[in-house]
Design a protein around this ligand. Structure first.
Ligand code: NAG
Ligand code: NAG
Length: 311
């Protein structure tokens, strides 16, 4: 019979043209990685609750909460003390080692966790992040040290130590906040000593790394959320790549805010931010309230839009 033969003959062709197993997978929800903020840990009650709320919205989603140390106290401590470059390296290994993330993921960074995830994108992005949402992050650093809650001893100790010599080598090696401290009134000192923020923002012309921009522009969306009444991050506009202006005279201060689009980083597109923005991929969003006041109104629409897509 002709027909069965014809069909048989087709089989090897089909087999060789068969899509790989990847394509044959049933569509599943894209996983999510979250990176907690300062003073928090990977599995604090707040972080666990947030994960369970996301699972209510996107049933079955795989969520990984980034840690520097499995131990909660040590993990919290690592938000204040440590070398950020090494922490990013450590997290890149951690993420590459998680099977569920192998095909890429979305990510949410809380406060400093946001610029750390951006550093991951620029320096590694393997596996890749699709949508990156950052809440109240310090993308242009902080020009003053975060206010500590009265009972937050660890924060106060780190703050005092950092304030005492924020650009000294010891602080730049060991105090996390010093590594994204960027005071426009002391820009030369910052550029000379900072190895983290100045690097991921590609601020040093001689050390500019074009891979950073190449990787950042692969994001589907970069969602930057500011807290409208944020008094902890100085200036709060850092969440939107804003910073204080560089004063005309050194030792002066200028509290004019230079918005994202007027930053040299954007105008000359040192990190691919402008390219992303011109593609419509940079989303500036605003939440009411003080730093990290995560009301449902604030996070839920974003989690519905940018998390839980199918892959
Ligand atoms: C990779 O995962 C294995 C098994 O979960 C674990 O034992 C190992 O420590 C991980 N390595 C890194 C670098 O995280
Ligand atoms: C740029 O960054 C990548 C990833 O972090 C690194 O491997 C590479 O050596 C850097 N290139 C330069 C010229 O510094």
């Amino acid at each position: 019979m002709v027909l069965p033969l014809f069909l048989l003959a087709l089989i090897p062709i089909c087999a060789s043209a068969l899509p790989t197993q990847d394509v044959l997978r049933t569509p599943s929800t894209r996983p999510l990685v979250i990176w907690h903020g300062l003073g928090d840990s990977h599995s604090s009650p707040g972080m666990l609750e947030f994960q369970s709320l996301i699972k209510d919205i996107h049933p079955g989603i795989f969520i990984h909460s980034v840690f520097i140390d499995q131990d909660l106290k040590e993990d919290q401590r690592a938000g204040f003390y440590g070398n950020v470059d090494e922490q990013i390296d450590f997290v890149a290994l951690q993420l590459a080692n998680i099977t569920e993330l192998g095909h890429g993921f979305d990510a949410i960074g809380f406060s400093q966790g946001g610029q750390f995830l951006r550093a991951y994108v620029e320096r590694y992005n393997s596996p890749p992040i699709h949508n990156l949402v950052t809440f109240g992050s310090q993308h242009m650093g902080i020009a003053d040290l975060p206010l500590c809650k009265p009972y937050d001893v660890l924060c106060r100790l780190a703050g005092n130590a950092a304030r005492a010599g924020v650009y000294r080598p010891w602080a730049q090696e060991h105090l996390v906040q010093a590594q994204y401290f960027r005071d426009p009134a002391q820009l030369p000192a910052y550029l000379a000593s900072n190895h983290f923020l100045a690097s991921i923002n590609n601020e040093l012309p001689e050390a500019r790394n074009s891979s950073y921009a190449k990787r950042l522009t692969t994001l589907e969306h970069l969602v930057l959320v500011i807290f409208a009444q944020d008094k902890t991050v100085v200036p709060k506009e850092s969440a939107w790549f804003g910073s204080y202006a560089v004063p005309e005279d050194e030792d002066d201060e200028d509290d004019t805010i230079v918005p994202m689009k007027a930053q040299p980083l954007y105008e000359e597109d040192w990190i691919g931010l402008r390219q992303l923005d011109e593609r419509g991929a940079v989303v500036l969003d605003s939440c009411d309230g003080e730093h990290m006041q995560m009301t449902t109104d604030c996070w839920e629409p974003l989690v519905k839009l940018y998390v839980g897509g199918t892959m």
